[in-house]
Design a protein around this ligand. Structure first.
Ligand SMILES: *Cc1c(COP(=O)(O)O)cnc(C)c1O
Length: 471
């Protein structure tokens, strides 16, 4: 399998070459040259596989530069009941007639990002070991991504993590999750500033090419193809659990921010998994909902990006969206460059409303969308507790609200649960007047010793800290 760039760069690469990279050299995103097609015989063979073996089968179609036995061992090591809490790994439960919740949030940090990041940690360790190389991951987080990365990379050979976060601005639970890690290769850096300061620092350090090369700086952001590929697996696993046979369609609703999660659903659908509809659920930061309603993609400035009670969906632009648009415009790299380089670059928006391609988003690719507000989230959390004695987190609540707008009789609607309520306790208390349950292994984590350094919002200070801790 070869990978190309959405912006038309002539080079083709293999999986392990792009594993440790971010953007393609022309600024595009990597995609496979074509999507492997799954026939009904293969689907039938996969239906009863344990999750780790299903993951191996799907990954094998996209990775041909890791020996099959090694890849199989990596999958087996990653997707265990010990790490993800159950043998099913992503158990499905029926909430009400026709509406299901697929639990993706029982990994180490209680958010779905563990599903991909845990695999990435093992792939990184394997590939770095093979190359005899090291990698220093530098990131900025306001919560979910940073903790998922740290729990995936802790104790891994050849990898260090330097994770910046805005000092005092994460929830106490999220802070405790990250700062209580005592592993030597994990470095928490609390920056005196806001999340944007952290992102600016990461950008400034990455733009210093000499420093970047000398200290082998890399990232684990959501545009990484391996992360997206890992997420394709749970669409298959959800499908098999929601149906009794492979001729039945299923729809998915996906609480969305950077469009990574739902893009994996798009890939699964392109492979031939019988997905009828992919519902993109957004919060007040509705860049994506606006596009699917109107054909206009308009990125927001900082002033128009709202801080909401589903904070992991608070985005100003959706960094994986370019992958879907590439398929939408018939994989025409010239057309894609016009939209993402010229139109977005110059005007901060592009307009496909008059383009026949836009109609395809719904008709050929099955996309629908919706938007929720804070009041919707509170109402959904209350209603779900009252009627079904079930607690959902604010992001999953956004999904549930959207899902109900697109129910079709006879087609199971699977809502992806992207986090557990305990991570967003303040909103749960606001909705219900009581604290959410806390899994036993997180009892008392706020009182554990913390491993964190405080630095000013200054890229030079962060560089000096990295240099000091790299020998
Ligand atoms: C990251 C995240 C999302 C958004 O996922 P994308 O892949 O960026 O669309 C939604 N909910 C939670 C809890 C998250 O952590």
């Amino acid at each position: 399998m070869n990978y190309l760039s959405t912006r038309g760069h002539p080079d083709r690469k293999r999986f392990c070459e792009i594993l440790l990279e971010g953007l393609a050299p022309d600024g595009g995103l990597y995609l496979p040259e074509k999507y492997p097609q799954i026939d009904t015989a293969t689907l039938a063979k996969w239906r009863d596989l344990p999750y780790a073996e299903l993951a191996f089968e799907i990954l094998s179609l996209y990775i041909d530069d890791i020996a099959p036995a090694d890849l199989k061992a990596i999958c087996a090591r990653t997707y265990t009941a010990e790490v993800f809490g159950t043998d099913e790994i992503v158990p499905l439960r029926e909430l009400e007639d026709g509406v299901y919740i697929e639990a993706l949030s029982n990994g180490p940090t209680l958010a779905f990002k563990d599903m991909a990041m845990q695999l990435l940690g093992n792939l990184f360790e394997y590939e770095l070991g093979r190359r005899g190389a090291e990698l220093n991951i530098l990131g900025a987080t306001s919560g979910d991504t940073g903790s998922a990365a740290e729990y995936a990379m802790r104790g891994k050979k050849g990898v260090r993590v330097f994770m910046t976060s805005p000092d005092g601005r994460m929830s106490p639970f999220q802070q405790a999750q990250m700062f209580s890690l005592q592993d030597e290769n994990i470095h928490n850096i609390a920056i005196t500033g806001v999340f944007d300061d952290c992102q600016d620092i990461v950008k400034a350090v990455s733009n210093d090419l000499g420093f970047k090369r000398k200290y082998r700086i890399g990232t684990v952001n959501s545009i990484n193809w391996a992360r997206l590929l890992a997420q394709v697996v749970y669409y298959f696993a959800g499908y098999f659990q929601a149906t009794a046979s492979n001729d039945k369609p299923v729809s998915f609703t996906v609480p969305s921010g950077n469009f990574g999660n739902v893009c994996a659903g798009h890939v699964a659908r392109m492979m031939g998994l019988p997905i009828q509809t992919l519902v993109v659920a957004t919060n007040e930061n509705d860049v994506l909902d606006e596009f699917f309603r109107t054909g206009i993609y308009r990125v927001r400035g900082a002033a128009d990006t709202h801080e909401t009670s589903s904070p992991s969906m608070d985005i100003s632009k959706a960094s994986n969206f370019e992958r879907f648009v590439f398929d939408l415009v018939g994989r025409d790299a010239g057309k894609l460059r016009k939209l993402f380089v010229e139109d977005l670059g110059l005007e901060g928006r592009f307009d496909l409303s008059a383009d026949p391609a836009f109609g395809q988003a719904a008709e050929r690719f099955g996309f629908k969308s919706s938007r929720s507000t804070h009041a919707d989230r509170l109402a959904t959390i209350r209603d779900t507790e009252k009627r079904f004695a079930t607690l959902v987190d604010p992001h999953t609540a956004d999904g549930l609200k959207a899902a109900r707008e697109f129910l079709v009789s006879g087609v199971p609607m699977v809502v992806l649960e992207t986090a557990l309520p305990i991570k967003f306790a303040a909103t749960i208390v606001e909705a219900l007047g009581h604290e959410p349950d806390r899994p036993a292994k997180f009892e008392g984590i706020e009182a554990l010793p913390k491993r964190v350094v405080k630095l000013p919002a200054d890229a030079e200070a962060v560089k000096a800290y990295i240099a000091q801790n790299c020998d």
